[in-house]
Design a protein around this ligand. Structure first.
Ligand SMILES: *Cc1c(COP(=O)(O)O)cnc(C)c1O
Length: 355
């Protein structure tokens, strides 16, 4: 049976990415070797790295003066690398979910952290607005898409200090004005590649301004200087990332991805809003188009498990909500076809009729 993959991460990848990765596992670039066993310094892999960096720059229109890095350690490593490299005295953060809170915790190891707004009071079901970022903050950090709670900031905020964003779960789902940012980072396992690589886009001039000593591996300048080849990079995930980037370009780039993502989200949210059984958990204006969180209304709540089982008979996988929200979460990343969303909506309608 065809599966409809709604996992939040690691998550669905395009058939193009999986097919090309599978082929390269057998024979990489005509070398007669598997991508699993080639040197990262071979000319064939160096070409992969160069092309992947160039395509990130092209798709996101990264301006001059920025570097694109492919690093290990996950997005969680960036929670400490950002303040290690950028925090002189004070940084401003918004607390919009589990990942944002983790980033705040790490930043506090390096200086003063001004949490300018939080939505924790309502279990992170909205994006706080009307806050001010102090002008003397070294940067303002926010999580553009809160993967667990299903809220999203789909624009580049206007503040008086440089921006830093964790875009792990919505990068490549819209055009971004990179020139507003000092750092953008994203773990690849949500919208790009298998787990193991993190994309970092960093403004070169933002570096070298802190007094503290930075361990070599945690210093962005190390990786910029060596083109993400200071140590062995995650070769396979980078190869897969390149396939996905090529695929995005072929489809028409991030504007086209956004058009598709909006259509998918609209379809699912309108089904939720017109349902007598299901209800969304997030303030409508702050809803994520990547991760759709919903629950059953109180009078039906004991049917949640049964719905997950029912959905699985239709090939629907990965819709169980994170334990801190409960209910359901359908992740609609770029690679998910709208047909899968239609199958989910039909399953919801059918289940509702049955009860
Ligand atoms: C998944 C996720 C993370 C954590 O990524 P790791 O690669 O597991 O460290 C951080 N931030 C956001 C927004 C995420 O979705």
């Amino acid at each position: 049976m065809k599966k409809h993959n709604f996992y939040a991460g690691p998550s669905i990848l395009s058939e193009y990415t999986i097919k090309n990765t599978a082929e390269a596992i057998k024979d990489f670039a005509g070398t007669g070797l598997s991508i699993l066993e080639v040197s990262h310094r071979s000319k064939e892999f160096t070409a992969v790295m160069d092309e992947a960096q160039a395509l990130v720059k092209e798709l996101l229109e990264v301006p001059e003066g920025y570097s694109v890095l492919f690093l290990g350690g996950g997005a969680s490593m960036q929670f400490c690398m950002v303040p290690f490299n950028l925090l002189k005295k004070k940084a401003a953060y918004t607390d919009t979910g589990t990942w944002a809170a983790n980033a705040i915790k790490e930043a506090k190891l390096f200086g003063e952290v001004d949490v300018v707004a939080s939505s924790k009071d309502k279990n992170y079901t909205y994006i706080p607005k009307n806050f001010t970022v102090p002008e003397d903050a070294d940067y303002f950090h926010f999580t553009s898409n809160n993967t667990i709670f299903g809220t999203e900031v789909r624009f580049d905020p206007d503040v008086n200090v440089p921006l830093v964003a964790d875009m792990s779960s919505d990068i490549f789902s819209r055009p971004v004005d990179v020139s507003k940012y000092d750092v953008i980072y994203a773990g690849a396992q949500k919208n790009l590649a298998p787990a193991g690589v993190t994309i970092v886009i960093v403004k070169d001039s933002a570096l070298g301004n802190v007094d503290r000593a930075i361990p070599t591996m945690l210093d962005y300048r190390t990786h910029i200087k060596k083109g993400s080849m200071f140590n062995t990079p995650p070769v396979l995930p980078i190869y897969s990332a390149l396939q996905t980037l090529k695929y995005y370009k072929e489809l028409g780039g991030v504007k086209e991805m956004e058009r598709r993502d909006l259509a998918k989200a609209e379809l699912l949210y309108s089904a939720i809003d017109s349902s007598k059984m299901f209800v969304g958990t997030v303030e409508p204006e702050d809803r994520s188009i990547m991760n759709v969180c919903f629950v059953m209304k109180p009078e039906y709540v004991e049917l949640e498990k049964e719905f997950i089982d029912f959905a699985s008979t239709k090939g629907i996988v990965g819709i169980k909500g994170h334990r801190s929200v409960g209910g359901f979460r359908a992740s609609l990343y770029n690679a998910l076809p709208i047909e899968s969303v239609k199958v989910l909506v039909e399953a919801m309608n059918e289940f509702e009729k049955k009860h």
